[in-house]
Design a protein around this ligand. Structure first.
Ligand SMILES: NC(=O)c1ccc[n+]([C@@H]2O[C@H](COP(=O)([O-])OP(=O)(O)OC[C@H]3O[C@@H](n4cnc5c(N)ncnc54)[C@H](OP(=O)(O)O)[C@@H]3O)[C@@H](O)[C@H]2O)c1
Length: 379
C-alpha cells in the first residue's frame, strides 16, 4: 500500500517536472532575442561589419553598417586590418541545438563573428598603459570581423615587423590551441610527436610549434597536402588515405589528435607506455558526419584513460598573454610562419565561411579589412 503511494507520487512529481521544464523551455525560447530586435535606428557612428541576426547557413551573414565600438577604460580600439575564421565560427552561425543552450535558444545572442585580430591602435582607454594610438598589434578579441574592434590590453601584443597583418590576424586562437595542447601533452625535446590533422588552422601551427620544441614530428594528412606538411617542417608524413597510423610499428610519446577518428585501444597501441594523447578536436570545421561519434569518443577516451598508464587528456583553449608573446617570438625568429590558405575581403566573409566549412583548408582562412569597403551583401 505504502509502495503504491510512493509510486503514485513519484509519477505525479515527474509529470509536473516535465510539464514545468517544457514550459520554461518554451518561455526561454520565445524570450530569446538579440540586438537586431532591439536597435532599429541607423547607427550614429557607423562602421562596416559582418552580422547575423538569425541562425542558419552562410546566407545569414550580412555585410552591413553597425555602431562603431567605444573602448572602455581597460580596452584598446583597433582599426582591424585582418582577422580569421576559427572552428567556433560556423557553430555560432548555425547554432546546433546543444550549443544553443549557451548561445541563445531561438536567436544568436552574439551576432558577430571573429576571435583573432590584427590591426592598428586607434584609441586607448584611460587605464591602458602598454599601447598607444598608432601601435600595430595582434591578439584576441570578439567581433573582430569588422572595421573596428575593442580588445583588452592583456589580450594583445605588438606585431613583429617581419609578420604581415594577414599572418598576425590568423594566429591567436589556432596558435593557442596548438601550443596549449602540446603543453598538455608535456612535449619534450627529442620526443616523437604525431599530429593527426596536420594541415588545417590548428594542425599547421601544431607541426611548427612541436618542431620548435625540438620534437621529431609526424604529420597525418590527405594525399594532396603531403608536400605542405613537409614544407612546414614535419620529419615524417603519413597520408591517411593510404595508411592508418594506428596500424604502423612506430610508437609516439605524444599524439596531438585534431580529428579523433581512431578508437581508444588503437591509439593506445601506438603510444609509448607513458605516452599522452591530447584530445584536441573532432576534425575539420563545419558540420560533418561522424562529429557526434567523435565527441562521444573523446569523452570515452578521457574516462577510460583514468584506468591505464597512458593518458588521454582534454583541454579548452584559453587567452594567455604569455602564450601570445611566445607565439610572437616564434614568428619573429622564423620558427613559426602562419600558413594562409586563402584571404577574402570583409564583404566576402560568407564566401570565406562556405569554403572554411568544407573542413579541408590548407592552414588559415583570413579576412582582410579595408576601410570604407563597398560590398553587395546586405546593403
Ligand atoms: N580544444 C580546443 O579548445 C579547441 C579550440 C579550437 C579548435 N579545436 C579543434 O581543432 C580542430 C581543428 O580545427 P581547425 O580550425 O584546424 O580546423 P580546419 O582548419 O578545418 O582543419 C581540420 C583538419 O582536419 C583534417 N582532417 C579532416 N578529416 C581527417 C581525417 N580523416 N584524418 C586526418 N585528418 C583529417 C584536415 O586535413 P585534410 O584536409 O588533409 O583532410 C585538416 O587538417 C577542430 O576539430 C576543433 O574541434 C579545439
Amino acid at each position: 500500500m505504502k509502495l503504491k503511494r510512493v509510486l503514485k507520487w513519484s509519477v505525479i512529481t515527474m509529470f509536473f517536472a516535465l510539464v514545468l521544464s517544457i514550459l520554461v523551455g518554451f518561455i526561454a525560447y520565445f524570450r530569446s532575442t538579440n540586438e537586431c530586435d532591439v536597435r532599429s535606428a541607423p547607427p550614429t557612428h557607423p562602421m562596416r561589419a559582418i552580422r547575423f541576426c538569425e541562425y542558419g547557413s552562410t546566407d545569414v551573414l550580412k555585410f552591413e553598417d553597425v555602431e562603431k565600438p567605444v573602448p572602455n577604460d581597460d580596452q584598446v580600439l583597433i582599426r582591424v586590418r585582418a582577422a580569421s575564421l576559427n572552428f567556433v565560427d560556423p557553430g555560432l552561425m548555425r547554432g546546433p541545438w546543444p550549443l544553443r543552450l549557451m548561445t541563445g535558444l531561438r536567436k544568436p545572442e552574439r551576432t558577430r563573428l571573429g576571435t583573432d585580430v590584427a590591426g592598428q591602435v586607434e584609441a586607448v582607454g584611460k587605464n591602458v598603459t602598454l599601447f598607444k594610438a598608432g601601435d600595430e598589434v595582434f591578439g584576441v578579441t570578439r567581433s573582430s570581423i569588422a572595421e573596428y574592434a575593442c580588445a583588452r590590453e592583456r589580450a594583445l601584443v605588438i606585431r613583429p615587423a617581419n609578420v604581415t597583418f594577414e599572418q598576425a590576424g590568423s594566429v591567436a586562437w589556432a596558435g593557442f590551441t596548438a601550443l596549449q595542447g602540446l603543453r598538455k601533452g608535456k612535449i619534450q625535446p627529442g620526443q616523437k610527436v604525431l599530429i593527426n590533422g596536420a594541415t588545417g588552422g590548428v594542425g599547421t601551427f601544431a607541426v611548427q610549434i612541436a618542431k620548435s620544441f625540438g620534437a621529431e614530428v609526424t604529420g597525418v594528412c590527405s594525399t594532396g597536402k603531403v608536400e605542405l606538411v613537409r614544407s612546414i617542417g614535419a620529419d615524417h608524413v603519413i597520408d591517411y588515405t593510404k595508411e592508418d597510423f594506428t596500424k604502423g610499428d612506430q610508437r609516439y610519446d605524444v599524439i596531438f589528435d585534431n580529428v579523433n577518428n581512431h578508437s581508444f585501444s588503437d591509439r593506445r597501441r601506438v603510444l609509448t607506455p607513458n605516452g599522452i594523447c591530447v584530445l584536441a578536436g573532432i576534425g575539420g570545421a563545419g558540420l560533418h558526419p561522424g562529429m557526434l561519434g567523435r565527441v562521444v569518443g573523446i569523452l570515452r577516451a578521457d574516462l577510460l584513460s583514468r584506468f591505464v598508464r597512458q593518458k588521454f587528456v582534454r583541454y579548452g583553449t584559453k587567452t594567455d598573454k604569455e602564450d601570445l608573446k611566445l607565439l610572437s617570438d616564434l614568428m619573429q625568429t622564423g620558427k613559426v610562419t602562419p600558413v594562409i590558405d586563402r584571404t577574402y575581403k570583409l564583404s566576402e566573409t560568407a564566401e570565406a565561411m562556405r569554403y572554411f566549412e568544407e573542413g579541408h583548408a590548407r592552414g588559415k582562412v583570413v579576412i582582410t579589412v579595408e576601410q570604407g569597403e563597398q560590398g553587395s551583401l546586405g546593403l
